[in-house]
Design a protein around this ligand. Structure first.
Ligand code: ADP
Ligand code: ZN
Length: 615
């Protein structure tokens, strides 16, 4: 628990009156008081940690307008709508507006009538924007998604490099940079590039304890995805990530045919379709979006219940950021990843083919190796991810390896068989092949390719009858992950590495992770009915009420053209359903109901509750 602020602290007053929350979370209060006092801050907090309040409250307390730099143009409207719903005077300037709208916002800013102004980073390159900012009073600069300034990270945006100019032009205005993703290296780069050397750093734990992490070999991806969505997340909102546009379209179609409301999102769709699909995902309850990683940055929908990856992410940072979009409301959520040998081969090929210098490719390769290590670990996933961010932790009890400990086996002989097949092909025939053919050789299959090349004559032909093809592929995948084997060239052929010799010479043991023939499903106690999982945890009477409150919310959101969560979060509706407040005063004690929302919706909710009783 944070130390309680004195009740007359302006910050806590704003928290209660405007946002309707009782107390600050984690380091929020310290950060907020620091910025109110004029200090610079670099804030590292996981997604869902509550970063927005860290600049919104100082902006409301300090004189002038808080200027928020954000790359998320498509979401500015929603962010501003959410603030307005709280009675905060907010506006934005970006390329989606016409001239009149822009002028109105500019005038409001210059006249001191805005508490918060959201700006796209590229705006700051225009001298006109800088002159506009000179005309008003600036309370602070907030630099959201600050990792976009770092080239080491995974989301670099050149426009962000210009942001150090803010400090030169307005040295007296405090700056607060915020990000949910930063390794030691990224963090140093952010501080350096944004000139935040003297800023106070606030580093929160990156743990997201409510997210259950699961990583499984991809055996039958369609089946695995459908099982996850039907058995564990029926009726829930979620994101399914795929690497390519084609697979996005294919999986979205698969889900739709299976009776799940799913929409595609990728850069190949026209911008109108993209906007509509994103808006529906944000506005409607229980929709699934199937997307490339182009989707999701800054999506602050609080009730995303699962994030599923059907392809291997390129880095742990990216993976953590993407999965972090689940469960921002703190309620239980799932992060599921399925990955296989072909993912590894494909990503290694992409790295080899990528443009950029040697250092860039090396960086990509290091990122991929860490990701593979995470997939293959027999230890707690969370411990490993947090270690990646420099944070010590103990086994979490809420990831697959904690729940069903992975077994290892001595794979030295199996590894020697694979490596020796690769070695002999190279040595005796000067040939190299991909994993499929190597496995065929080990299994002694007389395929056309084997016959053409007389590979049945090799000493290793047929020495691997003890395993199935898919088991051998698992071995190859793990050897790649351990860098005991490499992928080469356009065809993804296998090659030995500097470490392979040690294995072949028997000087190195190769522990491998045992793979269940079919990964066991996490048993959930939830009914498989299409009841949203969030409601499923409430007592029956309250669950019915929760659904009615949601229906009321959906209608209100539709009427106003805003996302449902802008009206109220699920967590707020749940608390109402559980506590049945009967007066406005009771209602105002519910978390998430501040003055503006109490005035606007209070009576409607009491009426809805009263109608429920008389039924
Ligand atoms: P982030 O930007 O760090 O991902 P947000 O600022 O969107 O996180 O906050 C995540 C969720 O937590 C939001 O729904 C927000 O309203 C809620 N929240 C933030 N701070 C508090 C608090 N002190 N008490 C209750 N809820 C909070
Ligand atoms: Zn764990």
């Amino acid at each position: 628990m944070t130390a309680q602020a004195p009740v007359d602290s302006p910050a806590i007053g704003v928290l209660r009156r405007v946002f309707g929350y009782d107390s600050f979370r984690g380091a929020q209060q310290e950060i907020i008081e620091h910025v109110i006092g004029g200090g610079d801050a670099l804030v590292l907090m996981p997604t869902g940690g509550g970063k927005s309040l860290c600049y919104q409250i100082p902006a409301l307390v300090r004189h002038g307008t808080g200027v928020v730099i954000s790359p998320l143009i498509a979401l500015m409207q929603d962010q501003v709508d959410a603030l307005r719903a709280l009675g905060v005077r907010a506006g934005f300037l970006n390329s989606t507006q016409d001239q009149r709208q822009r002028r109105d916002v500019e005038a409001a800013f210059a006249e001191g009538k805005l508490d918060l102004l959201y700006l796209a980073p590229e705006r700051l390159r225009a001298e006109a924007t800088l002159r506009l900012l000179d005309r008003g009073a600036i309370a602070l600069f907030a630099i959201d998604e600050a990792h976009c300034v770092a080239q080491w990270g995974h989301d670099f945006r050149p426009d962000y490099l210009e942001l150090s100019a803010l400090h030169e032009r307005w040295p007296a205005v405090p700056r607060i940079a915020l990000t949910a993703t930063a390794t030691e290296a990224t963090r140093a780069e952010i501080a350096d590039r944004l000139n935040l050397g003297a800023a106070r750093h606030f580093v929160s734990s990156f743990d997201r304890p409510n997210i259950r992490y699961r990583i499984e070999p991809k055996t039958d991806p369609n089946r695995q995805l459908l099982d996850l969505l039907r058995d564990e997340h029926a009726g829930d909102a979620g994101i399914v990530y795929c690497l390519s546009r084609a697979s996005v379209d294919e999986k979205a179609a698969l889900l739709s045919q299976s009776g799940i409301t799913a929409l595609p999102y990728h850069a190949g769709l026209d911008s109108r379709t993209r906007t509509v699909n994103q808006a529906r995902f944000l506005r409607e309850d229980g929709l699934v979006i199937v997307a490339t990683i182009a989707f999701g940055l800054g999506i602050d929908k609080p009730d995303v219940r699962f994030v599923a990856h059907l392809d291997l992410p390129k880095s742990v940072e990216g993976y953590y950021q993407e999965t972090g979009r689940a469960g921002r409301d703190g309620l239980p959520a799932t992060a599921w990843l399925g990955y296989g040998l072909s993912d590894v081969v494909q990503l290694r090929k992409l790295i080899d083919a990528s443009e950029g210098d040697f250092a860039h490719r090396r960086r990509l390769a290091i990122h991929l190796d860490s990701m593979l290590a995470l997939c293959e670990t027999v230890e707690c996933r969370r411990v490993q991810m947090l270690a990646y961010f420099g944070e010590p932790a103990t086994a979490c009890g809420n990831c697959d390896t904690c729940l069903t400990p992975a077994q290892t086996w001595d794979g030295t002989i199996a590894a020697q068989k694979v490596l020796s097949a690769v070695y002999r092909l190279k040595r005796e025939r000067n040939q190299s092949f991909g994993a499929t053919h190597i496995v065929d050789i080990l299994l002694g299959k007389e395929t056309a390719k084997v016959m053409e090349n007389s590979h049945a004559e090799l000493k290793v032909f047929g020495v691997g009858a003890e395993f199935s093809a898919s088991e051998w592929r698992g071995v190859v995948r793990q050897l790649l992950a351990q860098r005991l084997l490499a992928v080469q060239g356009d065809y993804g052929t296998l090659a030995l590495t500097a470490l392979s010799d040690e294995v072949l010479a028997g000087r190195r043991q190769v522990p491998l992770r045992r793979e269940p023939p079919r990964a066991p499903r996490a048993r959930s106690a939830k009914p498989a009915k299409a009841v949203a999982a969030v409601a499923a945890e409430l007592p029956e009477a309250a669950a019915g009420l929760f659904e009615r409150l949601r229906a009321w919310r959906a209608a209100a959101a539709k009427e106003q053209g805003v996302p449902a969560y802008v009206i109220f979060h699920d967590a707020t509706l749940r608390q109402i359903a559980a506590e049945l407040p009967s007066t406005l005063a009771d209602l105002s004690n519910i978390s998430g109901i501040g003055e503006a929302k109490l005035t606007r919706y209070g009576q409607q909710i009491l009426d809805l509750l009263a109608a429920g009783e008389s039924e």
